[in-house]
Design a protein around this ligand. Structure first.
Ligand code: PMP
Length: 287
């Protein structure tokens, strides 16, 4: 969409003119935080939860966002309105700002607040019907004591490395294990399995991003009377699971039918996955 206009620090710029400094530590060091969210029929799904995570990520890296939460919420809505979008993907980025060529974040100024509202198609439509095949990446998820995966930072190389492995194996997503060898998450999505009627997903302390879609799906499953467990598990549990799916703001709910060439369940999209996906789509469009 060529007509997209980007919000930078309170002003809108055509895509081609939306620029920040090459001295920005967001570029030089991946020093900054971001959010990815979606608007459905003009409403940003769980905007408050996304802003909580953004401000908490910023706090964890000692980055002061130069706007209040209320101003940020208004700016997100304003960006949608400005671009006449009601169904969109929204990328909110806050960089450390321009500084010297050394790492020192105290020698930077002017964090940049960037909001992009546009369309995204993470996976081809037919994969929502037929399911994804994924592989396990050799790259493990960042050790939480090195860089907490709970911080949604601009430094996504850990995930990029695993994504590359997936792509080289002919898969659009890749499973990442944690430093203990347990299942963590995929490169940009959380993971769920269904086993003997129970819905299971890794706990936050498995070293994952606490996905907002993940939390919504847990609530939907519980509301539908399902037992949900946030417990550690291994690849073996996925190999023998009945169903598997991934969640994310961009991905929404996408079925997984194969891991490491092993069909999950009977190798087709399961009924519970379909049920939760439908419930999710109903939830996001609720006024
Ligand atoms: N894990 C990672 C690593 C992510 O980047 C994301 C977001 N793309 C998710 C999980 C899903 O989080 P959410 O549902 O909040 O989009």
């Amino acid at each position: 969409m060529s007509s997209v206009e980007i919000f930078i620090n309170g002003q809108f710029y055509p895509k081609a003119d939306a620029k920040i400094s090459v001295y920005d530590h967001g570029l030089l060091y991946g020093d900054g935080v971001f959010e990815g969210m979606r608007a459905y029929s003009g409403n940003v799904f769980r905007l408050a939860a996304h802003l909580d995570r953004l401000y908490e990520s910023a706090k964890a890296i000692m980055l002061t966002i130069p706007m209040s939460r209320e101003e940020m919420a208004d700016a997100v809505r304003e960006t949608l309105k400005h671009n006449s979008l009601s169904d969109a993907y929204i990328r909110l980025v806050v960089t450390r700002g321009a500084g010297s060529l050394g790492i020192d974040p105290t020698r930077t100024s002017n964090p940049q607040v960037i909001i992009i509202a546009d369309h995204i198609e993470l996976y081809p439509k037919e994969l929502y019907e037929n399911g994804l095949e994924i592989i396990t990446a050799a790259t493990i998820r960042n050790h939480p004591a090195a860089l907490s995966p709970r911080i949604k930072s601009l430094n996504y190389l850990n995930n990029v490395m695993a994504k590359l492995e997936g792509k080289r194996a002919g898969c659009l997503e890749a499973l990442m294990l944690n430093h203990r060898g347990e299942v963590a998450e995929c490169t940009g999505d959380n993971i769920f399995i269904l086993r003997r009627g129970k819905l299971i997903t890794p706990p936050i302390d498995a070293g994952i991003l606490e996905g907002i879609t993940r939390n919504a799906v847990i609530e939907l499953a519980q509301a539908a009377g399902m037992e949900v467990q946030e417990i550690p598990f291994t690849r073996y549990d996925i190999y023998v699971a009945d169903e598997c799916f991934l969640t994310g703001s961009a991905a929404e709910v996408i079925p997984v039918i194969k891991l490491d060439d092993r069909p999950i369940g009977d190798g087709t999209v399961g009924a519970t996955t379909r049920q939760l996906s439908q419930a999710f789509h109903e939830l996001v469009r609720k006024p």
